[in-house]
Design a protein around this ligand. Structure first.
Ligand code: N01
Length: 544
């Protein structure tokens, strides 16, 4: 196995078996496994440090909402045993430390070029290789191009009227300053109340002199109930880690969640209320597992939605503010569930004001602050944007990716991203996509979803090497069928009713083609499908 040239030498083309775009969870796992299987490789990442999503989203309060012991790699038992998670849900700093440790521990850094963005990837049909270029001037020639770019890596363009006139500092949660921001005593505006805003706003409120929260759509926010981990609990997990991983892989969400097999109305009103109450107190996404029909039966969903709205009334002291914070018009869970700490409680603070943009529309931002349509003027010392991402496809369309015949990926995906099983797309041979569009990715434990894809990618590369194949490529028919399957599965749930404005469909961005992007069938059914495809000779892919 040879290594890439030194990071300072940009003139010599780097020839490797596989180029990896991104050094977050997916990229690091790929590097580890590629090496194990004897492939030469190099990864590029635009960050100053490895970590991907977890490197950039370092805003105050940033934290995962999957349990630490599940949101971690299962590929190395010693790593599992050595690493000490300290909290129920890992914070961004802890996740960053973990990923940096993984890069060091397995000596992955020698094949990673940081602060280097891939700008183009062109498939050269003459040599049947990918020619990849970076903004540092590197050229890389690779048989395989492995896209480990993450689902939420490119922020949505700013579409807040007048913000270009605002002269104060603007901080985006998705690229938070490395040294943090001191909001002490400042008048701050925060735009956006999705998962990022819900995590950042309560922390900023503790510091700011005055915080104005601009909310367009209210979310159902479930309390996280994060806490430090009890050493006895950790010891128990470590003693049974293999079994825990095996079990996680056998469950649709790719992690252990206490799902109740009962339906909401087969129990009495008291029992249902007690179950919701128990789960609200327990905190986290497990709330969604209260009854098996919450996401398929509107009446069951109404029951859980009413429960949360009643909780908002209980917590928030000002009735108007409580009213504005209550979500209506879509089923609970039909947009990405939001998990937060002290979210509703934050609106009882004297220094926090909620501006409900549906009741009091924004006219525009001004040089010093903002003006509402009713003429009210605000001045701000800083603005925080938690306005979301150009999800799934953003990272692809921001690069110049060209496949057969020089066709760009942007053109190929002009009606929305089309893939076969989320792994490959027609016209782009040997380009594997890791845990992104068309796969369970964000609807499951991302790390489990990543592990599936990394295993299948390398397994396929091994198959090609062992059998003398040069290229693998999805067929148009297979990917049309898969797009249909992904939509069809989503349609069996209440998901489609929550898709107005949702990034799952690309509906948060004006003009973005709308297609339900993640696969809602869960990782078990997905794995069965992959096994069938592979055992049928990679059905829907052409091997040459
Ligand atoms: O982005 P979002 P996010 N004017 O798109 C509002 C993951 N994540 O970064 O809904 C005013 O969800 C927008 O309003 P509306 C997780 O998967 C996970 O928060 O369009 N408002 C919305 O309120 C999550 O789902 C974790 O009406 C504007 C917000 O901005 C995903 O990342 C933590 C606006 C955007 O919400 C994305 O979450 C953080 C405008 N012009 C993130 N434009 C955890 O693991 C947008 N908005 C816990």
């Amino acid at each position: 196995m040879t290594s890439a040239p030194a990071a300072t030498d940009h003139s010599t083309p780097i020839e490797v078996d596989a180029v990896v775009v991104g050094a977050g969870f997916s990229g690091l796992h790929l590097l580890w496994k590629l090496r194990k299987h004897g492939y030469t490789t190099i990864a590029f990442d635009k960050g100053k440090e490895v970590g991907g999503t977890w490197h950039w989203n370092r805003y105050p309060g940033a934290r995962c909402d999957v349990d630490s012991h599940d949101y971690s790699f299962g590929f190395d038992e010693e790593l599992e045993q050595d690493w000490e998670w300290t909290e129920r849900y890992p914070s961004q700093p802890e996740l960053q430390a973990y990923l940096s440790h993984v890069a060091d521990r397995f000596d992955l850094r020698r094949d990673i070029r940081l602060e280097t963005a891939v700008t183009e990837a062109h498939f050269d049909e003459n040599v049947q290789k990918w020619i990849v270029r970076t903004d540092s001037g590197d050229t890389c020639i690779a048989t395989f191009c492995l896209m480990a770019v993450g689902c939420l890596s490119v922020p949505k363009d700013v579409d807040v009227p007048g913000l270009e006139d605002y002269t104060g500092p603007i901080h985006r949660t998705s690229s938070w300053p490395e040294d943090g921001v001191d909001f002490s005593g400042l008048k701050v505006a925060a735009v956006g109340t999705g998962s990022s805003g819900v995590q950042a706003i309560p922390e900023i409120a503790k510091q700011a002199g005055r915080l104005t929260v601009l909310q367009r759509t209210a979310n159902f926010v479930i309390p996280a109930r994060n806490h430090e981990l009890d050493p006895a609990y950790v010891a128990d997990i470590k003693a049974n880690y293999r079994e825990r991983r095996r079990l996680s892989r056998s469950l649709p969400a790719g992690c252990i969640r206490d799902d109740n097999p009962k339906t909401a109305f087969e129990v009495s009103d008291e029992e249902r209320r007690a179950e919701f109450e128990k789960r609200w107190e327990g905190g986290g996404i497990a709330f969604l597992g209260a009854y098996s029909d919450l996401m398929v039966d509107q009446k069951a969903n109404d029951a859980v939605s009413d429960f949360i709205r009643a909780k908002i009334d209980e917590i928030v002291t000002d009735p108007d503010t409580a009213d504005s914070l209550k979500p209506y018009g879509y089923p609970m869970g039909a947009k990405r569930p939001v998990v937060g700490t002290d979210w509703y409680e934050t609106f009882n603070r004297d220094n926090v004001e909620l501006v409900d943009l549906r009741k009091r529309p924004l006219d525009r931002f001004t040089d010093k602050g903002m003006r509402l349509a009713d003429g009210t003027e605000y001045e701000f010392d800083a603005v925080v944007l938690a306005t979301g991402f150009d999800a799934f496809t953003g990272a692809f369309t921001s690069m110049d990716i060209r496949g057969r015949g020089g066709r760009t990926l942007t053109e190929a995906w002009s009606e929305g991203p089309k893939t076969h099983l989320g792994l490959g797309t027609a016209g782009f041979p040997n380009m594997f996509i890791i845990a992104n569009v068309g796969s369970p990715s964000v609807l499951a434990n991302m790390v489990t979803a990543i592990e599936q894809h990394v295993e299948w990618t390398i397994e396929t590369m091994d198959h090609m090497r062992d059998n003398g194949f040069t290229t693998i490529e999805a067929t148009e028919d297979a990917q049309e069928a898969w797009v249909h399957t992904v939509e069809e599965i989503a349609d069996t749930t209440l998901w489609p009713q929550g898709q107005s404005g949702s990034w799952y469909r690309g509906a948060n961005i004006d003009g973005k083609p709308q297609i339900f992007m993640p696969y809602a069938g869960g990782i078990v059914l997905y794995e069965e499908t992959w096994n069938e495809v592979r055992d049928a000779g990679y059905k829907g892919f052409v091997l040459r």
